[in-house]
Structure formats: C-alpha cells, structure tokens
Design a protein around this ligand. Structure first.
Ligand SMILES: NC(=O)C1=CN([C@@H]2O[C@H](COP(=O)(O)OP(=O)(O)OC[C@H]3O[C@@H](n4cnc5c(N)ncnc54)[C@H](O)[C@@H]3O)[C@@H](O)[C@H]2O)[C@@H](O)CC1
Ligand SMILES: Nc1ncnc2c1ncn2[C@@H]1O[C@H](COP(=O)(O)OP(=O)(O)O)[C@@H](O)[C@H]1O
Ligand SMILES: [K+]
Length: 513
C-alpha cells in the first residue's frame, strides 16, 4: 500500500485539505444510497414492511480511529441529510475523525460506543445497512480484539455491509485474512483497486467491488503490482487465422498425457487443446485409442514425444500417474526447444535448476497442493498467501506459473512485471479433470505463438468463462464443450455479449498498486 499512500500524498499536496476524503465520502454515500434503494430494506418485527428508499432507512456506521472511519462519518452525514437515520458506533470515541464526527452530529446523527451493549445490539439487528469504517489501508495484522468482536456482532446480526475501501481485517497487499474480518456485500474502494480485493480469501470478504475515482490515477506507478486482463484485452491476444494460414503455421501442440490407468486425462487435455486455436493437436502416449474415439481430428502416436513429429509447444503431465516413467517423459519434453507446459503428475519432483537452463519458455500450472509440494510448504499456507506463493514459485523455478484455485494467479519470472489475477471463473470449476482441459487449452495458445504469461492468462480467462457458460453443474467435458461460446463472448462475436466489442491492440492491464 506504500504506492497508494505515496500517490495520495502527492495528490493531497496539490489540493485543498479534505478534498480527497470529500470525494471518497461522496462516492461511498452514493453507493450506499443505490444499495439501499435496490435492497428495499430489511423487514423487522417492529417494521414488517420493507422500505424501498433512503428516507427513513436505518444506517449503522462502524467507526475506527483513522481516516477510514472519517470516510464513514462523512458519508453517514450525507445519508442523514437525505433522511436516513444514522448511528455511529465509535471504537475509540476520543480518536474518531473530529471533523467527520462533527459533520454527522450537526445533521442529527446519533453516537454510541461498543460499551452501549444493548443499544448496539438493537441497532445492528434493525439496521438496513452497516457501513464498515473500522480500518482501511492503515490496518496492520488481524483486527484488534475490540474490532474483531464488533465484526463478529455484525456478522451475527446479518445486515448487509458496505465496506469502506476494504473489508476491515483483510490485508490490503496480499489478500490474506488473519482472524475475524468483516464480510461485505459491497466494497467501495477509492482511487485504485487494492491487490487484496482481487485475491482470495480477501476477495470473498469484499463481495461486489465498486471503484470510486478520486483523481489518483495519474499519480500511480506505470507498472502495477497486480493486474487483470479484461475481455477486450484477451480478445486482442487470441490467435485468428489469416488468409495465408495453414494448419502448421497456426501452430501444432503436442500432448504427452494420460496413462493406461488414466486415459481420460489425455482425452480432456486434447479437448482443451482442440479449442485453443492451434492448427493441429498431436497426442503421444498410451491413450491414443481413447483420444481418437472421441476426437478423430487428433494426430495420434503411441511412442515417445520425440517420435511424434514437429510441434510448437508441449503439454506434459495430466494423468501420467506416479510411475518413474512420468519423470523421464517430463525430462524428455523439457529437453526440447519449444515452450513446455508442465501440469499435474509432471510437476512432481521438478528440478528448479533444470528449468532454469531452458531457453524456451516453461509454464507450470499447479493447484495449491502441487504448489505446496514444489515450495516445500503446506497447502494451507499457499491458499492463505497466494500472491506470495505464485511469485516465489516463478522466481525459484525460473518459469511462468499459473496457480489454480478460487483465485487463479499468473506470475512471470521477471519480478518487475505485475502478477495477473484471473477475473473469470466459478467454484463449479472445482470438478475432476477441469484442470486437464485448462492445460490443453493453454498449451494450444502457446503453440500459436503467445508468450507464456499471455497464453496462461487467456486460457484461464476462457476456461473460467466456459465454466460459467456450461450448463450447471458443469463437468470437465462440458467445460471443454463450452469453450467456443467463451471465445465468442470474449471476441464479441456471440449473442448478447454486451461489453466485449472493442479489442485493444495490446493488453491494457487494469492498474493496481
Ligand atoms: N489518504 C488519503 O488521501 C485518503 C484516504 N482515505 C481513507 O483513509 C484510509 C486510510 O486512513 P488511515 O491512514 O488513517 O488508516 P486507517 O483508517 O485505515 O487505519 C488506521 C487506524 O486503524 C487502527 N488500526 C490499525 N490496525 C488495526 C487493526 N489491526 N485492528 C483495529 N484497528 C487497527 C489504527 O490504530 C489507526 O487508528 C483509507 O483506507 C481510506 O478509507 C480516503 O479518504 C481517500 C483519501
Ligand atoms: N473454488 C474454486 N473457484 C474457482 N475455480 C476453482 C476453484 N477450485 C478449483 N478451481 C479451478 O478448477 C480447475 C481445477 O483444476 P485441478 O485442480 O487441476 O483439477 P483436476 O486435477 O481434477 O483437473 C482449475 O482451473 C482451478 O482454477
Ligand atoms: K473498512
């Protein structure tokens, strides 16, 4: 968050005092008003009918001792001026933002402290909206006990929460959550999206995220720490055959996957590859009959990858099983001079020094368990610190790494570039074999010439969309079958796509600090 603070300071120095907070509070109040109007209030015992407007709505503000609480107080004053009944709960009454508090009190806002136990309880029970201004980017470590207790009381009461800048208790830089944290329906954040808002577990706490422009963008660094490609960016990356194309020029992807025990992994990996834009898919391995039965367009051979014919990329790993032959196969593929994607069983026992000597790109696609094994740590540690884990893996192995899971992150070994967070997807993708589809797809994009970072980002984007477009509940097979629809969505050639028409010539990263 140092970059945000520096940008804020630079901007504040040029503006009249309080300008940024006024802008932030105005955006926050507007978002609260919209939410109140759409949620139509909560029915309660003493008020059984729903109120569909701001006037008369009951709003509780949770106010910490920093500027995050100041935003909440000023926004509360704006809501009170428009007829809401606003009550602030001050965690440290003597340190609450003085001008914000004065503004609220001036328009009739009420004030409580957590010590007013029964009043706070009935406030939270009857509130139509709770505004969480406990702590923002100034938060360090897990919530302090008094704040944690208040967050728990809010959760118990069940009112919808709007978080100011960040849900209190989540780490703004990493998305880590240590101990209790507020769970919001909506997070209104200022100036720039904080990395924590895009990375689980914090992302789940944030709910929907609304970005308010406070004029910070020109002050932010050109290269953000975290970036997300939008559909238009992905559309610009996807290969399109030209009049002069033939299947070889479009790129051939080789798949070394599957085994007698797991032939399905080969079929699914090929399914992903066939929908990735390469001109042809070669399969090398023992599951050729299964592959051909499902996809007769595949070029199948049963020998080793060396004898499969020329390819522009290899995918190795899905369904190889644990036998030592798997390691030999990975070594053979890594010895080629084309980009290589290593997934699943291929990731076991990878040698970082071997990968570092490769000149062509290597892309690793572990889930959290595989990443933990590669890093010598636990799955829990990886899941609680995804950003750190994906950076560490790409550095240590000198490879591009796509870390799968509830948030998919992609890191390049160059530490100066941003990590990319994939914005698409659904927990329904946690279904056996869907990772095999993803690796085939990404391998296909590598074969068509995309750099590893872009191939991985575009594949994750399409795969996530396909997971949402496939009939519920999706299986790996139906995710693969929905990939053409995902392409259509992204490129704007499908029906009812709305927002994806204009492809920019180069990926414009969504800047994050
Ligand atoms: N600096 C600026 O230009 C702007 C800042 N804004 C707001 O100001 C916030 C940052 O304000 P501050 O720097 O005052 O910091 P915060 O208000 O985010 O947090 C600092 C306060 O929280 C307490 N605190 C820290 N860690 C805690 C923990 N673990 N548990 C409980 N309490 C904890 C500290 O004692 C301190 O009083 C932003 O998140 C945003 O909401 C906005 O008004 C926009 C403009
Ligand atoms: N909770 C989740 N939310 C969204 N996507 C998920 C979640 N869990 C897993 N996924 C996605 O599902 C796919 C599962 O891949 P993987 O773990 O390799 O499974 P398999 O080995 O069975 O193919 C990945 O793309 C991953 O990102
Ligand atoms: K907050």
């Amino acid at each position: 968050m140092e970059t945000v603070r520096a940008a804020e300071s630079a901007l504040m120095a040029r503006l009249p005092e309080g300008t940024l907070m006024t802008r932030a509070a105005a955006g926050l109040a507007a978002a609260c008003a919209t939410l109140l109007a759409s949620a139509a209030g909560r029915p309660t015992r003493d008020r059984p009918t729903r109120t569909a407007r701001l006037y008369g709505a009951r709003v509780a503000l949770l106010v910490g001792s920093g500027d995050n609480g100041g935003d909440a107080l000023y926004a509360g004053a704006r809501l009170a001026r428009r007829g809401a009944a606003v009550t602030a709960v001050l965690l440290s009454p003597e340190r609450a933002h003085p001008a914000g508090l004065a503004a609220l009190v001036r328009v009739g806002g009420r004030v409580l402290t957590p010590a007013d136990t029964s009043s706070v309880s009935s406030l939270l029970r009857s509130a139509d909206l709770v505004v969480d201004g406990i702590v923002g980017i100034g938060g360090r470590g897990g919530l302090r006990p008094d704040a944690a207790h208040l967050a728990q009381r809010v959760a118990d009461a069940g009112a919808p929460v709007v978080a100011v800048d960040l849900p209190s208790g989540v780490d703004p830089d990493s998305g880590e959550v240590n101990g209790p944290a507020v769970r919001a329906a909506l997070t209104v954040t200022f100036g720039t999206l904080k990395p924590g808002l895009l990375v689980d577990p914090a992302r789940t706490h944030a709910g929907e995220v609304h970005l308010v422009d406070i004029g910070l963008t020109p002050q932010l660094p050109a290269v953000p720490e975290l970036a997300a490609l939008e559909s238009a960016d992905v559309a610009a990356l996807l290969p399109r055959p030209s009049a002069e194309s033939d299947k070889y020029r479009r790129g051939v992807v080789g798949i070394a996957a599957g085994s007698a025990r797991y032939p399905g992994a080969a079929v699914l990996c090929v399914a992903g590859a066939l929908h990735g834009g390469a001109g042809a898919v070669r399969y090398a391995g023992p599951a050729g009959d299964h592959v051909l039965a499902r996809y007769p367009e595949t070029l199948v051979s049963s020998g080793s990858p060396h004898h499969a014919g020329r390819v522009q990329s290899w995918v190795v790993g899905p369904g190889l099983g644990e036998e030592p032959a798997a390691r030999e196969l990975v070594a053979e593929v890594l010895a080629t001079e084309v980009p290589v994607l290593v997934d699943a069983d291929g990731l076991r026992g990878l040698d970082p020094d071997r990968l570092r000597t490769r000149e062509a790109p290597t892309l690793l696609t572990p889930h959290a368990g595989e990443a933990a094994a590669l890093l010598g740590t636990t799955r829990e540690r990886v899941e609680s610190a995804r950003l750190a884990a994906v950076r560490e893996l790409s550095q240590r192995y000198g490879a591009t790494v796509l870390l799968k899971g509830s948030t998919t992150l992609i890191a390049d070994p160059d530490p100066r570039g941003p990590v990319r967070a994939n914005p698409t997807g659904t927990p329904w993708l946690a279904t056996a074999g869907s990772g095999d589809v993803l690796s085939g797809l990404a391998g296909s994009l590598l074969a068509s010439g995309l750099p590893a970072l872009d191939a991985a980002s575009a594949a994750a984007h399409l795969h996530g969309l396909a997971g949402s477009l496939a009939p519920t509940p999706p299986s790996a097979t139906t995710v693969a079958a929905a990939l053409p629809q995902a392409w259509a969505r992204v490129t704007g050639t499908g029906t009812g796509t709305g927002t994806h028409g204009t492809a920019s010539p180069s990926p414009s990263a969504f800047p994050l600090p």
